[in-house]
Design a protein around this ligand. Structure first.
Ligand code: C5P
Length: 233
């Protein structure tokens, strides 16, 4: 079976534009990411419809709660049949282990990954909440915790991929947003990497939103990226 490296972020307020885009893309070339906005608006029915179209779905709800609650949320996500689900590593070892155990017996076990540190958090934001290490140290620490708790991987910036690949091993899954093909608009992203560079740095999956979702021809934009990373249709 194909294992497309590209995950298209469906950052939409409702189901209609998400379906309109899905209709123009191909499940053999990409997976789809549904986050808090779209899932809150459209719920499990949308996931079912996207999966019926043949797409695998990353449910990006970043669960962060007491161990039992986070674990049960992961179990509920697994029962929806999603391919990937995530939690915050800041929830701690007990929460990470409970989440992993909760989905272990699922018929279709999703990949369980952790968010390390939100990239919106800078040094002063860490100081504000009483954390006195650098963001880079924090990311490494949380990624190591996720790996030691038996999770499949983390979401991280492509800039961190090489370091995390070295520390966390080849089997660890690194999911990287902030990807921009050469010449694409940066939008509001600042530290970006091209798809090829991110894969070379050790990224396992590339989360790409606007360069595809806002393209005049989204399928062509996706095909161009596939060509850049050496994937044939
Ligand atoms: O449109 P763009 O390619 O910038 O979309 C990137 C996607 O990745 C969005 O869904 C965004 O929320 C998500 N993301 C990110 N940076 C992170 C974590 C998630 O851009 N650190």
């Amino acid at each position: 079976m194909k294992d497309p490296k590209i995950i298209i972020a469906l950052d939409y307020p409702s189901a209609a534009p998400a379906h309109a885009l899905a209709e123009r893309l191909q499940p053999s070339l990409c997976r789809l990411k549904v986050g808090k906005e779209l899932f809150t608006a459209s719920g499990p029915a949308l996931l079912e419809q996207l999966m019926r179209r043949g797409f695998e779905v990353f449910l990006d709800l970043k669960f962060h709660d007491i161990p039992n609650t986070a674990a049960q949320a992961c179990k509920a996500a697994a029962s929806l049949g999603v391919w990937m689900v995530n939690v915050h590593a800041l929830g701690g070892r007990k929460m990470l282990e409970a989440s992993r155990e909760a989905i272990a017996g699922s018929t279709r076990k999703p990949k369980l990954i952790a968010v390390t540190l939100l990239t919106s958090m800078a040094q002063e934001d860490l100081s504000d909440i009483g954390i006195n290490v650098t963001p880079a140290e924090m990311v490494l620490r949380l990624a190591t915790l996720a790996r030691d708790s038996g999770l499949d991987g983390v979401v991280c910036s492509a800039q961190e991929a090489a370091l995390l690949r070295k520390h966390c091993g080849n089997a660890f899954c690194l999911v990287t947003p902030g990807i921009r093909p050469e010449h694409a608009s940066l939008n509001d992203q600042s530290r970006v990497m091209t798809p090829q560079a991110a894969l070379q740095a050790g990224s396992s999956y590339l989360v790409i939103g606007r360069p595809v979702t806002q393209a005049a021809d989204p399928l062509q934009a996706l095909l161009d990226i596939c060509k850049d990373i050496g994937v044939q249709e």
